[in-house]
Design a protein around this ligand. Structure first.
Ligand code: URA
Length: 436
């Protein structure tokens, strides 16, 4: 089908056959389809949506636009998690080694942060020497020997997504459920996984703040992933409050390692990490049920086995061999570290909430996040000791780690302005489970 006929069919709400979708995506890659045609197609999908079959067709075609990793030498337990992103969401750091300690393999290909949400890769770059772009051979060897490796995107996985996303970004067509679905899943399918668990965040710090919109995205992701042959479930989880007690880069690495030491400092992060681990173990048959998976994951955490895997992964990818024992010697710290209290006279005991997105923006103001892909970031700055979800009023709001007084003041103003009075009880960490 000619590109203009293909776009016309979507414009007029006629079904798109899988072969026509595959041909259009092939045309994106070989130059037969112009940028203008990609933009027109994206807008037609934005306005008219896609059927599940069409979304599966687009996802598979985008997967096949580049390399598809083959882990068949590792058997059926190659599994990953994808999060729609949030503030203080460092789940990937403890999760991958927990799965590895339970006998699974996690080749985790992560991204950088953009906007108010942090990126896993930026957190790892706070660790001196850690190579987020190892060669293929090193990546495969670390996954095989240690069970997990967390690295950056390579241009060879689903390259059509990069082209299409770049055009969506400047044509107001990012917020389309089928296009988001195909974008996320094409990269996960290209990673050669045997199972996937999605963490779809809901609340003021989430990409999709509204529960109905988050549910629609979660359902689409689960149905399309299963339709494309990858067993997948989703947990919708609370992002109306930062997940960990820290937001930033080095500070979130510390929080994740503290969780791996099971020191009790991160109860909500622990709950969500273990729930995701339980589902991952069950989806690839390392546990008979999520309940059994939860026991195994908890054992990996309490025994120190997951901490040991994390340490080995860091060292195998170029980080310090004694990282988990001496992380304070290795992680950068900011020159100004100071508590921030609530404004005089305000009483939010038992009712404190946040506009969590604003906390993510405070991290950007400190220099710890970026607003443009090319921005450099400061790994040392961020927020720590963020109040827990059920704050009793006895501690400061948070501790700010800043490079200088000017950015400290900007962040302090933003954090204070982000405080809200919470209505009702503290919501559950796991909001809903969505399966095919
Ligand atoms: N994240 C992605 O990877 N793709 C999208 O389209 C939106 C968010």
């Amino acid at each position: 089908m000619l590109p203009q006929e293909f776009i016309r069919a979507k414009r007029d709400r006629r079904p798109l056959p899988a072969e026509a979708i595959a041909d259009f995506v092939a045309g994106v890659m070989d130059g037969r389809v112009t940028e203008g045609q990609i933009a027109a197609f994206a807008m037609a999908v934005f306005l008219n949506g896609m059927s599940r079959d069409e979304a599966v067709g687009l996802t598979v075609a985008m997967r096949d636009s580049g390399t598809v990793l083959d882990w068949s030498d590792l058997g059926p337990t190659v599994v990953d998690k994808h999060s729609t992103g949030g503030v203080g969401d460092n789940v990937s750091l403890p999760l991958a080694p927990i799965i590895a300690a339970c006998g699974g393999y996690v080749p985790m290909i992560s991204g950088r942060g953009l906007g108010h949400t942090g990126g896993t890769l930026d957190k790892f770059e706070a660790i001196p020497g850690y190579d987020v772009k190892p060669d293929d051979e090193t990546f495969r060897r670390v996954v095989k020997e240690i069970g997990c490796a967390i690295i950056g995107q390579t241009g060879s996985l689903a390259p059509a997504d990069k082209t299409i996303y770049g055009i969506r970004d400047v044509t107001a067509t990012v917020e389309s459920v089928p296009l988001i679905t195909a974008s996320i899943l094409s990269k996960k399918l290209a990673a050669g996984l045997k199972g996937l668990v999605l963490d779809v965040k809901v609340g003021s710090g989430a990409f999709m703040p509204n529960a109905d919109a988050a549910r629609e995205l979660a359902t689409s992701l689960v149905e399309v992933a299963n339709g494309a042959g990858m067993p997948t479930i989703a947990l919708m989880t609370d992002m109306d409050h930062p997940l960990a007690s820290a937001a930033g880069n080095a500070v979130e690495v510390r929080s994740a390692v503290n969780l791996l030491k099971d020191d009790g400092s991160e109860p909500r992060l622990r709950e969500i990490t273990l729930a995701l681990a339980a589902e991952m173990l069950a989806i690839v048959g390392l546990a008979d049920s999520a309940q059994e998976g939860l026991k195994k994951a908890e054992e990996a955490l309490t025994s120190g086995a997951a901490l040991e895997r994390f340490g080995r992964m860091v060292s195998a990818l170029g980080g310090p061999a004694n990282f988990v024992d001496r992380m304070d010697d290795h992680l950068p710290s900011a020159p100004i570290i100071r508590d921030l209290t609530l404004s005089e006279g305000s009483d939010y005991r038992g009712q404190l909430g946040f506009d969590t997105r604003e906390l993510g923006l405070a991290v950007i103001e400190l220099g710890g996040g970026r607003t443009r892909p090319q921005d450099n970031i400061d790994h040392a700055v961020g927020l720590t000791d963020l109040v827990p979800r059920d704050w009793d009023g006895s501690t400061p709001l948070c501790r700010i780690h800043a490079r200088d007084e000017a950015t400290f003041e900007l962040a302090a103003k933003r954090v204070r302005a982000a405080v809200r009075r919470r209505e009702g009880d503290v919501p559950a960490a796991i909001v809903e489970r969505i399966s095919a």
